[in-house]
Design a protein around this ligand. Structure first.
Ligand code: FE
Ligand code: FE
Ligand code: ZN
Ligand code: FE
Length: 153
């Protein structure tokens, strides 16, 4: 990695990998949540994630690159934590609280990544990909806030 372009491409591939892992993880989180509102939050965010993957594919296309992921140890770890909560708890409010916390950790990771990608896209003169990245960042923030509000009801 020698330039901001390299850095941008690395983290675009990183977040592409992360989003695709989340397509598999979110249904498990929905299935294991007890509160209907929490199930719905994970299910609805999975639907948004399908769109987020497509937006990333449009960004790759714009840059003339093939969409590909690079394994992200951070998202693997965050998903593993959610699986740990599930395997070490029974259905109910305690497991739900753990799933909210793990879900928020994922959203915070994504917010950090998209925030950086937007700043770098602006810096390297790809202002035309800022729109779709910002749209996804807004969805991640909204998902984080929804989980936060659910936990405090
Ligand atoms: Fe996402
Ligand atoms: Fe990563
Ligand atoms: Zn451009
Ligand atoms: Fe998300």
């Amino acid at each position: 990695m020698e330039s901001l372009d390299d850095l941008f491409m690395h983290f675009l591939q990183d977040v592409y990998y992360a989003e695709r892992q989340l397509l598999k993880a979110l249904p498990k989180m929905a299935k294991n949540a007890q509160a209907p509102a929490l199930k719905d939050a994970f299910t609805a965010h999975r639907e948004e994630t399908v769109q987020q993957v497509e937006r990333l594919e449009q960004v790759f296309e714009h840059l003339g690159k093939r969409a590909k992921g690079v394994p992200c140890e951070a998202i693997k770890g965050l998903i593993e934590e959610a699986e740990e909560v599930i395997s070490e708890s029974d259905t109910g409010p305690v497991r739900d609280a753990g799933l909210v916390a793990c879900g928020q950790a994922v959203e915070h990771y994504e917010m950090a990544r998209y925030g950086a990608l937007i700043a770098w896209a602006q810096a390297i003169g790809h202002k035309d990909v800022v729109g779709p990245l910002q749209q996804t960042l807004d969805e991640e923030k909204k998902a984080d806030k929804l989980l936060n509000d659910l936990d405090r009801k």
